[in-house]
Design a protein around this ligand. Sequence first.
Ligand SMILES: [Zn+2]
Length: 127
Amino acid sequence: MVILITFLFLTFASLGSAAPASRDRVTSAPAVVSNEQVHDWLHLWQKRLHLEDWKVEVKIVRIWDLEQGTLGHIDWSVPHKTAVIKVLNPADYELPRDRVPADMELSIVHELVHLHLSALPLKEVLA
Ligand SMILES: [Zn+2]
């Protein structure tokens, strides 16, 4: 019985130490910003920019889904009052981890400002 308990203990002890090691081997950086967080920012800034009558979606995308050198993108339809915002996945950011969330929020604001201006005739110039 003592042998069995010792065996179980060693088994659990080795499982316990294996977990952090296997996490270290993951090559892609873990997301530091959740989908929930980007949706919260979206709703907050939609309200602040008086864009509540727009149906806006926000998606966290990989670097290959954005134009080179950009951190975000927005497509919109004025007649439908719908828009889709894409923001760069934290895994593809070159900033220090702690600076990524604020930058993603700023990207959402930047893209919403495009939408804010979309009703103006200058739209083509500003896009
Ligand atoms: Zn822009």
